[in-house]
Design a protein around this ligand. Structure first.
Ligand SMILES: C[S@@+](CC[C@H](N)C(=O)[O-])C[C@H]1O[C@@H](n2cnc3c(N)ncnc32)[C@H](O)[C@@H]1O
Length: 255
């Protein structure tokens, strides 16, 4: 990054395939366009593979890490269930806030926990707060194993970051929603897959198969969850419409 000349009346102009879009740089539209482009360019440059949390790689944009921290601190979950472990950074993020709170545990579910990742997670100073379950997040035996461990938990948060196909995410949402405590969150990550299908390393199929389809379908049928728009106020995010607050302990259907 470097200093660029951009005085107060500057325009931001995108020339995309011969079509031009121009907005005032310092307007709300300018901020929105910059973030929309930063998502695409950042994804192309694989920026989300860069952060670490307490030594473990966490596959997230920095804004999403900050907002997840805010929610962990606000809700103070004594149990976090996360599907999609990868290197374990997101498990350690939750465990680190729980460590400050003095209580809590994290269950990480992944279809394949690679041996070097398992070793690093199990040797981490916060390993005592983390339990790994290996298996598909939607397999009945995995769901049963998770449910067997929720007893006694008072505030449960669920983070879904495994397979990002619409069908898989919708099935996960249906299976795990009941575990989320009222006032807590189900964070459904990587809906922005839909918005990066056109980047050079993007895949055309992402445009029609992504978590936003699952989120929209789920919300249409489950009135006990609502999108918390404040969670995407920082700008670039992998999870548009993905921060869902549970408003009630009852399963509410839309009117
Ligand atoms: C994007 S990575 C998770 C990143 C991690 N949450 C983080 O923030 O660092 C996706 C993970 O989902 C796992 N995965 C893919 N399909 C899955 C499934 N059906 N059930 C559980 N995990 C799955 C992959 O093995 C991979 O480790």
């Amino acid at each position: 990054m470097h200093d660029v000349n951009a005085p107060k009346d500057s325009k931001l102009t995108l020339d995309a395939g011969g079509q031009q879009l121009s907005v005032d740089l310092y307007s709300k539209e300018g901020f929105d366009l910059l973030n929309s482009l930063l998502l695409k360019v950042g994804a192309e440059q694989k920026v989300m593979y860069e952060p670490t949390w307490l030594g473990r790689p966490i596959i997230q944009f920095a804004n999403d890490v900050v907002v997840t921290q805010e929610l962990l601190w606000k809700v103070k979950p004594d149990l976090v269930i996360e599907t999609g472990v990868a290197h374990g950074g997101s498990l350690i993020l939750s465990a680190s806030i729980q460590q400050l709170l003095g209580e809590g545990r994290v269950i990480g579910v992944d279809i394949e926990v690679r041996p070097h990742n398992r070793k690093a997670i199990e040797e981490h100073p916060l390993a005592h707060r983390v339990e790994l379950i290996e298996g598909s997040s939607i397999a009945p035996e995995t769901v049963a194993a998770v449910k067997a461990r929720v007893q006694g938990a008072k505030r449960i948060m669920v983070i879904l970051d495994s397979n990002h196909s619409a069908e898989h995410v919708r099935t996960e949402m249906n299976l795990y929603a009941e575990l989320v405590s009222p006032g807590s969150y189900m964070i459904v990550q990587d809906g922005a897959q839909a918005w990066v299908s056109d980047i050079p390393r993007g895949k055309a199929e992402w445009k029609n198969d992504h978590p936003l389809i699952a989120i929209d379908g789920f919300l249409a049928e489950n009135a006990d969850f609502e999108i918390d728009e404040s969670c995407t106020r920082l700008g670039v995010t992998s999870s548009p419409r993905g921060y869902l607050r549970k408003t009630s302990s009852e399963r509410l259907t839309p009117p």
